[in-house]
Design a protein around this ligand. Structure first.
Ligand code: BGC
Length: 805
């Protein structure tokens, strides 16, 4: 099925084109963004008052009930509707099934006049309408012209920055720095609230174990523990300690649930998994976000075990509301209610509406179903008014908690360009996101580059492209704000008294070799070549699934030809996902994953290349050797025939054949989860547990926070100060349900001077040691545990303990 509204214009592009119109029209309001914009305050230290409790407060409850009494049915349904300012979506049928569904639902083709609805008070929220002037016009209609003066909630896809763009979330997660994530997300909230946006469709906390899935770029990678830490960090940054503050925004945690498990990594595809896998590997980040107080959630497009998430009472009601006590509201993903007909679980719009609303999806994003169908369903007694009232209550509670009734309009001076005061934080975020994958191998390191270098060649399609630095949701309209690699390195070489040569070489796709000769000539004149290659930003993100994970176009060929010049090459890989870098790993001396770094791309890259900043990022998704290994993740379940160290150079015969392996490539990742190099080195020793046995009765209490302490010493064994991400992994053997070969249950960032060592302590409690049993209950059993502490998922230093009956 195709959505005509997005077939040519993606939501992100739409968002920013609207913003630009607003900016142009509001030129007289615009001031230099640096003016009046305070540096982002450090938020991570604050105790978060769970907004979930704030939303459910009795004071707000009284206000909502009083308002509800005055509302007509049209007022109520209005609160459940969300449109952009272009009117409704007009889905296009592309196959017979879709055509039949469309015929059954002719209303979807109607155009909706959003301003007319706002005037009548029948538009609860708007999607990707940003810019103080625009939001002001709609808000004025709602709060000054409509009968009940209920403010509109403006939501937008602010995914990795509003005007000052920081790295895509996958890159940001490679920092393993939740405090940083809180700080940058708060920065986005500070900026966006100046344009009237009070609701972000972020964070995306979907676990992604399949690099083919383009939306991997929007999440924190493959691991539930790290994903949960990041989910909490985003909520803290967006919502702060009080939702009603002028610079707080409501988060919308998406895409609930298990969207990242889309089969074959294909966007919008189905998911199917056991309840144990769901709870253990996919749900934890959503749960963590609810515990941190997220105000809203977004339902996902996919079906889970045959029931589309958008009409799934098990997910929405049983787990989200009953088990986790979520008090906010759920918005559907874009036309997801309409798409229930395409899933084949609703023959018409009325059934789709009833199923979604009764399951617990309160707000209809762009389907144009709730407004057309709820009145009919009520009239025919197929839907209870109490379901509608409860949905409206939930939406209003969030609006009151956000302080929208008191402050409906944009706050402060509108930000219309990257904010100078925010650039240092965006730059630090980019620097922390880079993952050094190779640096010389068994030969001498190539990085950091010496300031004495006379000539550096910068080659590649991503070397001088401002738009591409901003990633899938960064928009392209503020390219002038971006420091490209060429800008950053030109300035640096000038400062060093050297020269930067530049050649584009080729495009991110296509097969023209017209630029190869110039690139080779430039390379030959240089002491070192920096190559900026990878994906364009549109190759990941929504609807950005790829079945090939190599460098796209003819970039691999260009890389080979430049490497053949014999000059040392530093390969910078831009991407929204792991790519296949097998050839590069064997032939190129230095490789660094830089994702899409954002506004400060060029400065950050130059700082790291020349060693002002020492790289500290670690991978949060495994990099495969070939695409056929996908889905590939470190915390896999055991098999009865583990491959062990089967030697691939031997024919796969006999004992080496009948094990769980491929006959043509090793099983493991080229670059595993948790891996990343530094300009210094770190060593681990003395991994110990505080006791060797733990009685089951003591362990098996969900409130038990500190059952075992694990200590280990990490030492900077190199000659530079650097930051290491120390990671703790657990394996649990002897359980009633098999457990992963190891799983992350702790991490710490430590900065150490050369020769300095530090003893680290990790506390393991019930959450870290328990697993879900066959009754979907978290338990600890009398079993054997191994814990490893080290610098990647391949850590070797370990200790053991038992839980005794
Ligand atoms: C995406 C969401 C996004 C929404 C609104 C959908 O297509 O899946 O992540 O928030 O559009 O733009």
């Amino acid at each position: 099925m195709k959505r005509s509204n997005v077939s040519g214009v993606r939501p992100a592009a739409l968002f920013f084109s609207i913003a630009l119109t607003g900016v142009a029209a509001a030129a007289s309001m615009a001031v230099s963004a640096a003016d009046g914009m305070a540096p982002v305050r450090e938020r991570h230290a604050l105790a978060v008052k769970p907004s979930n409790a704030q939303i459910a407060s009795s004071d707000i409850g009284r206000k909502v009930d009083a308002l509800l009494k005055k509302m007509t049915l049209a007022d109520k349904i209005g609160q459940l509707m969300q449109y952009n300012d272009q009117g409704s979506s007009a889905p296009t049928a592309t196959d017979a099934d879709s055509a039949a569904a469309m015929a059954a639902n002719p209303e979807t083709k109607d155009h909706v006049d959003a301003m007319a609805l706002a005037n009548k008070g029948e538009l609860g929220s708007m999607l990707n309408v940003v810019g103080a002037e625009k939001t002001h016009a709609f808000q004025q209609a709602a709060v000054e012209k409509s009968r009940l003066h209920i403010p509109i909630l403006f939501g937008a896809d602010v995914i990795h920055g509003y005007r000052t763009i920081y790295p895509v979330p996958l890159g940001l997660s490679a920092s393993w720095d939740p405090a940083l994530v809180s700080d940058v997300s708060h920065m986005a909230a500070v900026e966006a609230t100046t344009a009237g946006v009070k609701w972000f469709y972020s964070p995306m906390v979907d676990i992604s174990r399949d690099a083919r899935w383009g939306r991997s770029t929007e999440g924190a990678g493959e691991d539930a523990y790290l994903g949960s830490a990041m989910a909490r960090a985003y909520i803290r940054g967006y919502q702060g300690d009080d939702l009603s503050k002028p610079d707080s925004v409501a988060a919308s945690v998406k895409h609930y649930a298990a969207y990242g498990a889309a089969e074959a990594g294909r966007e919008y595809n189905t998911t199917d998994m056991s309840d144990i896998r769901l709870r253990q590997d996919y749900l934890p980040p959503y749960k963590a976000a609810v515990e941190a107080g997220t105000a809203t959630m977004m339902s996902s497009f996919n079906a889970l075990n045959g029931v589309p998430a958008t009409a799934n009472p098990y997910l929405m009601d049983e787990i989200l509301r009953k088990e986790w006590g979520f008090n906010g509201f759920v918005v559907s993903d874009y036309t997801a209610i309409m798409e229930l007909t395409h899933h084949g679980i609703a023959l018409d719009a009325a059934i789709a509406t009833k199923k979604a609303l009764e399951a617990g999806v309160e707000v209809d994003m762009m389907s144009h179903y709730y407004d057309t169908q709820i009145p009919k369903l009520l009239a025919s007694h197929k839907l209870s008014m109490s379901v509608v009232d409860e949905a409206v209550r939930r939406v209003l509670r969030v609006k009151f908690a956000l302080g929208l009734f008191e402050r409906p309009y944009a706050q402060g001076t509108e930000v219309t360009q990257a904010v100078d005061a925010h650039r240092p934080l965006a730059r630090r975020a980019a620097e922390e996101s880079f993952v050094l994958l190779k640096n010389g191998g068994s030969n001498a390191p190539v990085l950091p580059l010496s300031p004495q270098l006379k000539t550096v060649a910068l080659i590649g399609p991503l070397a001088d492209d401002a738009a591409e630095m901003q990633g899938a949701w960064g928009g392209a309209q503020h390219q002038a704000d971006v420091v490209t690699l060429r800008d950053g390195l030109t300035a640096r070489m000038k400062k060093n008294g050297g020269t930067l040569l530049y050649a584009r070489g080729t495009d991110t796709d296509g097969d023209s070799e017209a630029g190869f000769a110039e690139a080779q000539s430039v390379a030959k004149q240089a002491d070192v070549v920096v190559m900026a290659v990878g994906e364009s930003s549109a190759m990941s993100g929504e609807a950005g699934s790829r079945a090939k994970l190599d460098l796209p176009g003819n970039q691999q060929k260009l890389l080979q030809e430049i490497t053949a010049t014999g000059k040392p090459v530093v390969l910078l890989v831009f991407s929204g996902r792991p790519l296949v870098l097998d050839w590069a790993a064997q032939h190129v001396p230095a490789i660094m994953a830089v994702w899409f770094p954002g506004t400060e791309a060029g400065s950050a890259v130059s700082n790291v290349l020349f060693g002002d900043t020492v790289p500290s990022g670690k991978l949060t998704m495994s990099f495969p050797r070939v695409v056929g290994q996908e889905p590939l993740y470190y915390n896999q379940f055991p098999t009865g025939r583990p491959a062990g160290d089967a030697d691939l150079s031997q024919p796969p015969l006999g004992a080496t054949r009948f094990v769980s392996r491929y006959i043509d490539v090793p099983n493991d990742a080229l670059f595993p989860f948790g891996y990343g190099l530094s300009y210094t080195t770190f060593g681990y020793s003395g991994v110990r547990v505080s006791r060797s046995s733990l009685p089951l009765a003591e362990a098996n209490r969900s409130s038990a926070k500190k059952l075992i302490s694990v200590t280990a010493t990490v030492k900077n064994t190199g000659s530079r100060e650097g930051t290491e991400v120390a990671q703790l992994y657990v394996r649990n053997l002897g359980t009633s349900v098999e457990q992963p070969v190891r799983s992350l249950q702790g991490f710490q960032r430590v900065t150490l001077k050369p020769g300095e060592s530090r003893q680290l302590t990790f506390e393991l409690g019930f959450p870290e040691l328990s697993f879900y049993n066959n009754d979907s209950q978290p338990v600890i059993e009398a079993t054997h545990y191994t814990v490893w502490v080290g610098g990647s998922s391949q850590a070797t230093d370990h200790a053991e303990f038992e839980v005794t009956p």
